[in-house]
Structure formats: structure tokens, C-alpha cells
Design a protein around this ligand. Sequence first.
Ligand code: HEM
Length: 148
Amino acid sequence: MKQLFIALAMATLGLAAVPALAQSAAPMHNDTLYQALGAKPGLEALMDVFVPALKADSRIGAQFKDTNAKYLQEQLVDQICMVSGGPCAYKGADMKAAHAGMEINKAQFNALVEVLQGAMDARGIPFTTQNQLLARLAPMHRDVITAK
Ligand code: HEM
């Protein structure tokens, strides 16, 4: 009888503990990175630096010569807001379609990452935050890079 009681008590406690644990270990919505990037105003300020720097870059700037900077900045703010856990919905083209036919290679992808790092440095974004964002963008290389 005593054993049955203990088993029942443990089962009850177990059931109660599981949702609480799940919540603390894997929050449904984690916007830590978004906040570390300065939320929407921080992302807007970052893109104000990044997009002109892209256009000015000697390696890949030419690829953006006909690009509407304002449109690209808005898309990037929404996209990075979303991937960093912020409350935005990216409505631009998916990464495969957006870069189709551009023949982007690995060196050009890396050049864009370097320009982004420079922009994040200029905005005073801490190194760990920079790396967290880059880690979330890195898998996109599969859709962006289409040339050797
Ligand atoms: C992780 C890497 C990258 C991300 C997150 C990214 C993101 C984006 C986004 C959000 C757009 C706008 C899509 C739309 O039209 O709705 C875009 C367009 C574009 N991207 Fe990328 N991109 C990446 C890498 C690159 C690279 C490496 C290049 C070339 C060196 C590049 C060149 C362009 C160009 C030329 C456009 C088109 C702009 C236009 O319509 O004029 N992107 N990208």
C-alpha cells in the first residue's frame, strides 16, 4: 500500500514537472538574439550601414549596382528579425528564388559575410552576438551559392 502511494505520488509529480521543465529548457519563443541585436531599431541601424557597404565593396558591390537599397534594407530587417527570434514576418522572395541566376560562388558569399561582420563591428555588436547571427545565416549558403 505504501509503495503504491509512493508510485502514485511520483507519477503525479512527474506529470506536473514535465511541462515546467519543457518550458524552461526549450522556450517556445526565444528572442534573446533579436534583443542582443538591438531589436527593430538596432536592425534598421545595422542595415543602414550594411547595404551601402555592400554596394561599395570592391569584390561584390557590382552585383548590387541596380539594387534598390531601401527595398533590400527592409527585406533584410524583416528577415534577420525573424531568424533572430523577433516578431516579424519576412515577406520577400525565398533565398533560392532571390539569388537564382546570379551565379554566386563561395568567395562571394564569404565576402558578404565579411561586409556584415564589418557593419556589426561598426555598430558595436558584441562578437558572440555576431557569431550567433552568422550561425543562423550560414545554412542559407545551400540556396545562395550556385557556382563553383
Ligand atoms: C546569408 C547570405 C544572404 C542573405 C541572408 C541574403 C538575403 C537577401 C534578401 C533578403 C534579398 C531580398 C529578396 C527579395 O527580393 O525579396 C536578397 C536579394 C539579393 N541578394 Fe542576397 N542574401 C545573401 C547572400 C547574397 C550574396 C553572397 C550575394 C552576392 C554576392 C547576394 C546578392 C543579392 C542580390 C544582387 C539581390 C537582389 C537585389 C535586387 O533585387 O536588386 N546575396 N538577398
